[in-house]
Design a protein. Structure first.
Length: 255
């Protein structure tokens, strides 16, 4: 599925002001009790329930029981609202002492991060659909990166290899999570389960395997392709971390 949603596609300056609390709060007009935090939380609830395609300023206002124009006193538009949503769902992080994971704790740190990103994508299925090639760095994401790097520092690797390690793990997890979410949504959208989808292809595939044109595939065990995205996540995460172990052991010199 190709996404039409991008991080940082609105007014970057406005988004950063809102993310870091540098914009003055409105003094009059909106319904008492309305706040930027409530607006962002409502937007997340809408996106969680019905996806980003359903997200609009009008829909969020309806969800809050206020007029649409009330929202514009707090946030310029949908693009900036999405920037806030992305940082909000990242959530606050624990304040661990720098390097408390120990010299051999890098693997546990990255595994913890990977499982956190995986769960984030499952809790908010719209999240992995957003193109974050140009991410806006808000307080939650900055705090998360600072914590990760402080715990990876005892490896002794340079700054760039550490950031690359985080990026590799995050990229792997997000890609698999996106495929997993798309698979679940395809089933909901079509009413056809994953099992039914492949069962419909089985007669043709059997004929093709019996044709002799694909000898290697024809000899595979019948349950070779019977695995879930959770299986793919677990297998891939171990493989990625095993590969990074070589990077750590060689001080970043992988040849």
């Amino acid at each position: 599925m190709t996404t039409d949603y991008s991080s940082g596609s609105g007014d970057v300056s406005k988004s950063l002001e809102l993310l870091w609390g540098m914009q003055q709060r409105p003094t009059r007009g909106p319904k008492p009790g309305l706040s930027l935090e409530r607006i962002v939380a409502a937007a997340i609830e809408v996106a969680d329930a019905d996806g980003l395609a359903a997200l609009s300023m009008r829909r969020v206002a309806t969800h809050l029981g206020v007029g649409t124009m009330s929202l514009y006193r707090y946030v310029p538009g949908k693009a900036e609202l999405l920037d806030l949503m992305l940082d909000y769902v990242a959530g606050p992080v624990d304040d661990d002492p720098p390097g408390d994971a120990g010299a051999d704790g890098w693997r546990a740190t990255l595994e913890e991060m990977a499982r956190g990103v995986w769960q984030l994508c499952l809790d908010h299925p719209w999240y992995p659909q957003v193109d974050q090639v140009r991410p806006l760095m808000g307080p939650n994401n900055i705090a998360g990166m600072d914590r990760l790097l402080s715990r990876l520092k005892p490896t002794g690797l340079g700054d760039k290899p550490l950031v690359l390690m985080v990026s590799v793990v995050d990229g792997f997890v997000t890609a698999v999570a996106r495929a997993h979410v798309n698979s679940l949504q395809a089933e909901q959208r079509t009413g056809i389960s994953e099992e039914e989808f492949w069962a419909a292809q089985e007669p043709v595939l059997i004929r093709m395997m019996e044709s002799g044109r694909y000898p290697t595939l024809a000899k595979l065990h019948e349950d070779t392709f019977t695995f879930s995205y959770e299986d793919l996540f677990e297998f891939g995460l171990k493989a990625v971390l095993d590969g990074l172990a070589v990077v750590v052991a060689t001080g970043g010199a992988t040849g």
